[in-house]
Design a binder for this molecule. Structure first.
Ligand SMILES: Nc1ncnc2c1ncn2[C@@H]1O[C@H](COP(=O)(O)OP(=O)(O)OP(=O)(O)O)[C@@H](O)[C@H]1O
Length: 352
């Protein structure tokens, strides 16, 4: 028994870095009276086991639409217009999350995928004690008995530095930061493979933000969870993420190691995003904002969707959509970044 447990732990550890989720050509559209809003339009992205993957990009670029789709939580008028989301379980064949039936999905949710939605602290039910809300989640999504689940609650609260008595309180008796930690403890209750956290620090004061960031990093290290953290706040990515995927106009335009993204961004949009972050204690410089407006998902620009705003735009950029490809080979041992930009393709006159 001990041997097989050790073996399983070793299997899990050796799986770190392997693919957990492969998103292939994902399209999520919204039906509107003016036609389809192509909020997520052709996303390809791999999430590796054990990593914190940050998803960055300006408001409206499709971050929430993407993450709700991979949790199969898309709601009308939204719908999945195409693609696959392959989920590699530890103990079974890969499954396409988009093909699961309602019952299969219920089993996978929480057990394999958990979700910390935007403003999650406001999703707590005001009339139920915290303990009852834990039990709802744990009994609905696992084979645990009520007794077993009850025994786990103090430990789960302890994981996020809350005292056991919090279990007997109602949400209105807790501060905002405490409520956020309770929802975090619920998201880890079933020790799922992947946790998706949407804007986990937004609307919290600076001190509480710091506590939540530290806690997420700590939980990943202790529980070996894989996390996707969605936020427009680049400072949160800098502190928390291992890799960052940058979205623009419904697509991922660059994915790379967090150090590379901040030190040597490749895509002109990522460069503009990084240049618009104020530097604390740095020289006083005018912030390089991104000129022009974000395009509408009902009518994306042809070719590269960033070309109307790009300082490096070439004729090819309005004609051909660049693929997301490796753009550099040697980066001091870091995985090469991927970017979709003609500056790095033969069509753009460069094949670096
Ligand atoms: N129910 C809806 N009907 C029509 N369009 C929608 C709907 N929900 C979202 N959209 C559009 O889809 C696009 C992507 O929105 P989404 O919320 O995914 O972006 P986001 O990057 O998460 O933004 P934010 O950071 O502001 O949450 C936006 O243009 C938005 O207007």
């Amino acid at each position: 028994m001990a041997n097989s447990l050790t073996q399983r732990t070793e299997e899990k550890q050796s799986a770190n870095g392997s693919s957990l989720l492969e998103i292939e050509d994902l399209k999520v559209y919204y039906d509107t009276i003016n036609g389809a809003a192509k909020a997520v339009d052709g996303v390809n992205l791999t999430v590796r086991r054990g990593e914190i993957l940050g998803i960055a990009g300006e408001s409206g670029c499709g971050k929430s639409t993407l993450t709700t789709a991979l949790l199969r939580l898309t709601q009308a008028p939204g719908y999945i217009a195409g693609g696959r989301i392959m989920f590699h379980r530890m103990d079974g064949d890969p499954i396409d999350l988009l093909k699961l039936s309602g019952e299969e999905l219920r089993k996978v949710r929480w057990r394999n995928l958990s979700y910390l939605p935007q403003g999650s602290m406001n999703t707590l039910n005001p009339v139920l004690r915290i303990k009852e809300q834990f039990l709802d989640v744990m009994l609905e999504h696992s084979d645990m008995s009520k007794r077993e689940a009850e025994k786990m609650i103090p430990n789960l609260l302890g994981q996020v530095n809350l005292e056991p008595y919090v279990a007997n309180m109602h949400p209105h008796e807790l501060s905002g930061g405490m409520k956020q930690r309770v929802t975090l403890a619920m998201a880890i209750a079933l020790n799922s493979d992947l946790m998706v956290a949407d804007e986990p620090t937004t609307a919290l004061d600076v001190h509480v933000q710091r506590v939540v960031i530290q806690m997420l990093a700590d939980l990943r290290d202790r529980l070996g969870m894989t996390m996707i953290v969605v936020t427009h706040d680049m400072a949160v990515h800098a502190e928390l993420a291992d890799r960052v995927a940058v979205m623009y106009a419904g697509d991922v335009v660059e994915v790379g190691d967090v150090r590379q993204i901040f030190k040597a961004p490749k895509h002109p949009y990522t460069q503009a995003l990084i240049n618009s972050i104020p530097r604390i204690g740095g020289e006083r410089v005018r912030l390089a904002g991104i000129t022009g407006n974000t395009p509408s998902p009902r009518n994306w620009p042809s070719g590269c969707r960033f070309h109307p705003r790009c300082p490096h735009a070439m004729p090819v950029c309005s004609e051909q959509a660049p693929a997301l490809l490796e753009v550099t080979k040697d980066l001091n041992g870091m995985q090469p970044p991927l970017a979709s930009c003609h500056l790095y393709t033969q069509a753009g006159g460069n094949d670096e």
